[in-house]
Design a protein around this ligand. Structure first.
Ligand SMILES: C[C@H](NC(=O)[C@@H](N)CCCCN)C(=O)O
Length: 479
């Protein structure tokens, strides 16, 4: 290179932000699909007679393949070895396949009482589809983090990550708000089908991104040649870092108190706050909506002024307050639920806006793909176990409710009531007090415990940063 600095595609703000929009919209669609069933908890329970445990098994399926089959670690290694383009398109295809399986679970007429390995057939197939989908979604997530680092490092990286997350949250909002309406107007399988079709559009956007990536790679060929190829032994660098473990465990605890909230909040709204099941997703949908503006804003603050570790601690403390409010049995007013969800939105903007851009400060670039994958892996252990635990505790602390619901469903079926009318009839029985409401208080204590632990790990991370000088409290933008 001569004295003139060679300009590349990523030096153009327009190209950079266009790339960001492409990949973020795909993530928006992935997050929409991820929450497509969440607001339908009560509807599904009273249509198919699922227990809290069934619900936990399906919503916790996120981690079955990612954790037990090590698919997330595999995705990270594939990303570092095969590159962004291969992993982006591969993960898009896997998401679509999983979504089709999940659609089949609801569209197919399983025989009443049929089981697969002792699990209700619809629950089993639905969990399988979701588990496959989540392999793709997590693969796409780490790929997009890598893409953002590739295009934005040394520039507006936290703002870019914040914007990507904001759009992803818009996807969660669309699902929480839209899915019950689609299910109400058409059916539960239609809601899943709409999400599946949207995923095909997401794949096309990933393909368009790959074309941009090819152009950038040609321009930075010289730089790329200087990079050493990834070696498995690189994983050792990551797992030996204490800072890495603090951020990974904070991630597990924090996200386990947020994403499973999506899955169990509609039930909480119906059973604790007396909201109608057809609009049970509306109050929880304020959560992602609030984060849409706040996540990029906090990202911008981190880029410019630093204070990453402190931002994470503040978010974790706010989350303790939020879940304590949800837990207190005497607080049942609708405005309390709205207030707590707004606070949750602020917490859910603070922590991610600082957490993800902090990883490149702890782990060298070459191991970043694997580092994000490992963090997501640890996080997925929580996202798998916490919903299962919540479902089991919900059932155990509400003896007899599932049995009464199931027997009412069977009676209505025997009377020849059409499937799409059963849910409303079951709801009428609940409102009349013939089927008791679920008490969520003991279940919610799990969230309170998780958030207290998350705060402790936030402080540990800050102390480690002070010791090792990662620069988590420093701005990201290089002057
Ligand atoms: C960026 C971050 N993404 C994740 O944590 C992923 N592992 C997706 C998890 C989705 C679980 N429903 C985020 O969304 O903040």
């Amino acid at each position: 290179m001569t004295d003139a600095i060679k300009k590349t595609l990523r030096d153009s703000a327009g190209a950079r932000w266009f790339v960001l929009i492409l990949v973020s919209v795909t993530m928006l669609i992935a997050y929409t699909f991820m929450e497509v069933l969440s607001p339908l908890q009560t509807l599904i329970q009273s249509t198919y007679g699922w227990s809290g445990t069934d619900w936990g098994l399906v919503t916790g399926a996120q981690g079955y393949l990612n954790v037990f089959a090590f698919m997330l670690i595999f995705s990270g290694i594939v990303l570092d070895k095969m590159g962004i383009k291969f992993t982006a398109i591969g993960s898009g295809l896997v998401m679509i396949f999983g979504a089709i399986v999940k659609y089949y679970a609801f569209a197919h007429n399983f025989e009443i009482g049929s089981t697969i390995i002792g699990i209700d057939s619809r629950v089993f197939v639905s969990a399988t589809g979701f588990a496959i989908f989540c392999v793709g979604a997590e693969g796409a997530g780490i790929t997009v983090s890598r893409i953002i680092v590739k295009w934005f490092k040394g520039r507006e990286m936290a703002l870019a990550m914040g914007t990507e997350m904001a759009l992803a949250r818009l996807g969660s909002f669309l699902a929480l708000f839209g899915s019950p309406r689609i299910a109400d107007a058409f059916s539960i399988p239609t809601a899943v089908l709409v999400g599946t079709i949207a995923l095909c559009i997401g794949l096309i956007l990933f393909i368009v991104y790959c074309l941009m990536d090819v152009r950038l790679d040609k321009q930075i060929e010289d730089e790329a040649e200087e990079e050493e190829p990834f070696k498995i032994s690189d994983l050792g660098v990551i797992i030996k870092s204490k800072g890495f473990w603090y951020i990974a465990i904070l991630c597990l605890l924090f996200y386990s108190a947020v994403f499973p909230f999506y899955k169990f909040s509609s039930g909480l709204m119906v059973n604790k706050f007396g909201i109608d099941p057809s609009t049970a997703g509306d109050i929880p949908s304020i959560l992602p909506f609030g984060t849409i503006l706040l996540t990029p804003l906090f990202g911008f603050i981190y880029d410019k002024y630093g204070k990453g570790a402190s931002i994470m601690i503040l978010g974790a403390v706010l989350l303790v307050i939020v879940h304590t409010i949800f837990y207190i049995p005497a607080l049942t007013a609708t405005w309390v639920a709205i207030f707590a969800v707004v606070l949750l939105g602020i917490a859910f903007s603070l922590v991610p806006s600082a957490m993800w851009p902090s990883v490149p400060k702890i782990i060298p670039d070459k191991q970043l793909g694997s580092a994000y994958a490992l963090i997501f892996y640890v996080q997925n252990i929580g996202l798998m176990l916490v919903p299962i635990l919540l479902g089991v505790v919900l059932d155990k602390t509400n003896p007899g409710v599932n049995e009464k619901t199931e027997s009412a469903i069977l009676n209505f079926r025997a009377e020849g009531i059409p499937a799409n009318e059963i849910s409303a009839k079951v709801q009428a029985l609940r409102e009349a007090g013939d089927i008791p409401m679920f008490d969520y208080s003991s279940t919610w204590l799990i969230f309170v415990g998780l958030t207290i632990l998350a705060t402790v790990f936030g402080f540990l991370l800050k102390a480690e940063d002070r010791k090792k000088g990662y620069g988590l409290e420093l701005p990201n933008i290089e002057k």
